[in-house]
Design a protein around this ligand. Structure first.
Ligand code: FEO
Length: 405
């Protein structure tokens, strides 16, 4: 694995992770994810962010270092923008190979170095605006950007090249292959990475959108010519594309989002599905309101979350189950609450068997989510022709409400 040169003295060291293991133990990454570290060389050498020992990532980084004539043992400073173990899991092994390297992070970051890795010496706390002069014109500046998405997070900036190293911020799911720069991917590949970027944001960052907005505002004054995150591609041609994308995603948290509808449904014996088909006919009859459709529990919550986060409208179709909501839908709504999927316009529909009951639990969930709920449609058993007509009207009503936002 070779290092990728950003400019003289600055290289991206990149490891592609392809595994059936879940990211953070929750989120599937069928198309992989990249772990990026960065080397900045002046008279002294700094490594920015590390990796965990995951599908051979340390070896990939080591190979990249070797390809430009250096190694872990030659590093003078290790800058840790973020302590989550995907970027620090190999820290104890790094320390063993290089006991002399000084580790720099925020005060909270240094605290986590101690508690996660039991390292007590060779640590330096950096504060907002502090700098590290590597000599040879390379000066690193540090800016605290807390809560993206852990409390200790910061970004590092190299002024001569205008390179921003934001770690998780401006990141994406998706393995990169042998390329890392935005200008090395074609339009179709960018469409794929934009989807994976949204899913990454919705899964990992969405709860902290207010802090994303604060960080973007704080960094506005920096002349950023290259955004070099620790997941996903390095944006040297269009750094502002990824910054704008994150600004847009952060705004979704306040709602309304895109004029689209996320249809999320579950059905036990097809009665709710028949009602859903009618509601979808209603959405389609209104025209020009795109929708996505995902079934619970068949489809992973990671993708459902991304669709829901992006869409202004939500159609939830579920049967009553033992006097309450269909359990996989209750789980989805709980994840939405945890991930701050607020400000949606929602329609709930569904069939009940011997008695209803989804309403009570649903209404309680809506109190937390603060969604604008259209009148729900429920029916006993199989939907009648009258029910289907009413459901079609409800679908139209939802589409019109989304269009009017
Ligand atoms: Fe990529 Fe929050 O770690």
């Amino acid at each position: 694995m070779n290092a990728h040169k950003i400019c003289e003295g600055i290289h991206c060291l990149h490891a592609d992770i392809k595994t059936a293991e879940l990211f953070e133990g929750i989120w599937p990454i069928p198309q992989g994810v990249s772990l990026n570290a960065y080397l900045v060389r002046g008279e002294k050498t700094a490594l920015i962010d590390l990796v965990r020992d995951w599908t051979g990532a340390p070896k990939q980084i080591e190979d990249a270092l070797n390809s430009i004539g250096t190694s872990f043992s030659s590093i003078d400073y290790l800058v840790l923008n973020h302590l989550e173990p995907d970027h620090t899991g190999w820290l104890a092994e790094f320390r063993e190979q290089n006991p002399g390297a000084e580790i720099l992070s925020t005060q909270k970051g240094i605290g986590l170095v101690k508690t996660f890795y039991n390292i007590e010496s060779g640590l330096r706390t950096v504060k907002d605006g502090d700098t590290l002069d590597l000599g040879g014109g390379k000066v690193l500046s540090f800016y605290e950007t807390p809560n993206i998405h852990w409390p200790e997070t910061m970004v590092t900036y190299e002024a001569e090249s205008g390179t921003l190293f934001p770690c998780d911020a401006f990141g994406s799911f998706g393995a990169l292959g042998g390329r890392v720069f935005d200008d090395e991917f074609d339009a179709g590949e960018h469409v794929f990475f934009e989807k994976e970027c949204l899913r990454y944001y919705a899964n990992i960052v969405s709860s902290f959108s207010v802090f994303v907005e604060k960080a973007i505002k704080k960094l506005e004054g920096l002349p950023v010519k290259c955004v070099a995150p620790s997941h996903g591609m390095v944006w040297r041609r269009e750094p502002h594309t990824i910054i704008s994308r994150y600004r847009k995603y952060a705004a979704y948290a306040k709602g309304p989002a895109e004029k689209e509808i996320a249809v999320i449904w579950g059905s036990m014996y097809g009665n709710t599905k028949r009602g859903l088909d009618a509601a979808i006919r209603g959405i389609e009859a209104e025209g020009d309101v795109p929708y996505t459709i995902r079934r619970v529990p068949d489809e992973n919550i990671s993708y459902i979350l991304a669709d829901a986060y992006r869409s202004a409208g939500i159609l939830l179709a579920m049967p009553t189950y033992e006097y309450a909501m269909f359990p996989p839908m209750a789980y989805a709504l709980d994840i939405f609450r945890r991930k701050h999927i607020f400000g949606k316009t929602a329609l709930r529909i569904g069939s009940w068997g011997w008695i209803g009951g989804a309403k009570k639990e649903y209404d309680a969930a809506m109190e937390s989510l603060k969604w604008n709920c259209l009148e729900a449609r429920e029916w006993a058993g199989s939907p009648t022709e009258e029910d289907l007509k009413a459901l079609e009207e409800s679908g139209k009503e939802l589409a019109r409400a989304v269009k009017a936002l």
